[in-house]
Design a protein around this ligand. Structure first.
Ligand SMILES: NC(=O)CC[C@H](N)C(=O)O
Length: 361
């Protein structure tokens, strides 16, 4: 039996569709992704917390959802241990799925986490609206109407960050990972290299720890909500130990350095965002999921833009002119999306090795 649900936007737009996943109401910020595949990764990316995700690819669900497998006590498959989106909007939801690795349907998976899906929506029209007006608040309404809710007014990072410290791996380089909502592929990328990882909560005072390099993860919401992390990071910027940040981590680095961030009109969410490495003609196709960006004109003079988005010219990463501190607004760990920039993990660990040699000399 099909059940009708509504998608209502803050500008008064009302779209009727069919329910799949949980038959329940949910409110959040409505954003779109033009990625053509990768919904198991997207939906479990903690950076989507509080957001109702519109997928522009016209048929969704046909490869189901893979079964869980563990690797070093973290998921081998998913980007965290739960579905983080507040709701899902698609055009055609494929009731049937077929894939060698599928364990369940997308609809059943959403039901497990009580997340509503709405299908039968003209996602092209909806995306045009979001591109013209910018990201809008919205709600999926089943039986019960609920108020609109702006997730960016909350500290979402505090909600998705772990409660305690965890250790992984036995490699040579001791890296502190500040977990503001990390994707597990970042952990996998480190563990495939020569690393011992100390994963700490977003507000943990890591400056007390003994480590060789600092990593700042991705995460949901407005980076300015993470004042505790910014405070600790300011201390780390006084030292010379290498620092690498991805996405929210890049924004936190910019804020700690004294720069500013701003909200993009509708963000970058896809697997084909072109970025150019500053000072070269070299470009990369990258995986992205962000709604905020660093304003490079606000950075102090010892900082420069490392990558630039070739679609809209916005900042896709920053670097310190003399110290081994750099960041990317895009996702070198991909999952999903192209892995062309994964070499940045190697560059970071090269900096860590150089720093260790210099300090032992
Ligand atoms: N993926 C991320 O880390 C996103 C960072 C931040 N929440 C933004 O939307 O810009």
């Amino acid at each position: 039996m099909t059940q009708t649900v509504k998608l209502i936007l803050e500008d008064g737009t009302l779209i009727e569709g069919e329910s799949f996943g949980a038959y329940t109401s949910a409110a959040g910020e409505v954003v779109f992704s033009t990625a053509m595949t990768g919904y198991p990764e997207n939906l479990t990316d903690p950076s989507f917390a509080g957001q109702i995700l519109v997928l522009t690819y016209p048929m969704v669900g046909n490869y189901g959802v893979p079964g869980e497998e563990l690797y070093e006590s973290i998921s081998r498959i998913f980007e965290s241990d739960k579905v983080h989106v507040a709701g899902l909007v698609v055009n055609y939801y494929s009731q049937e799925h077929s894939h060698w690795h599928a364990a369940k349907s997308l609809g059943d998976w959403l039901k497990e986490y009580n997340i509503p899906g709405i299908c039968g929506v003209d996602t092209r029209l909806l995306t045009k609206k979001l591109r013209e007006q910018g990201a809008l608040l919205g709600k999926i309404v089943a039986e019960e109407d609920i108020p609109m809710h702006d997730p960016n007014l909350e500290n979402l990072v505090a909600q998705v960050s772990p409660a305690g410290v965890q250790h992984y791996g036995h490699g040579q380089h001791k890296i502190v990972l500040v977990d503001c909502g990390t994707k597990t592929n970042i952990i996998r990328c480190f563990l495939e290299r020569d690393v011992e990882l100390i994963r700490v909560p977003w507000d943990y005072d890591f400056t007390q720890l003994d480590y060789d390099g600092l990593f700042l993860s991705n995460g949901p919401g407005d980076p300015k909500m993470c004042q505790a992390t910014i405070g600790h990071l300011q201390k780390a910027l006084q030292q010379d130990k290498p620092i690498f940040g991805i996405c929210l981590g890049s924004q936190l680095m910019g804020l700690a350095a004294g720069g500013d961030t701003f909200k993009l009109k509708y963000g970058h969410r896809s697997h084909n965002q072109p970025v150019k490495l500053t000072g070269t003609q070299r470009s990369y196709i990258t995986s992205q999921n962000h709604g905020y960006a660093v304003d490079p004109t606000t950075l102090p003079s010892e900082w420069t833009m490392l990558f630039e988005n070739l679609n809209d010219g916005t900042c896709e990463g920053i670097q310190h002119q003399t110290k081994p501190f750099f960041s990317t607004q895009f996702h070198p760990e991909a999952a999903g999306g192209p892995q062309d920039t994964e070499f940045l993990f190697d560059q970071f660990l090269d900096e860590v090795e150089k720093y260790k040699q210099a300090s032992n000399a």
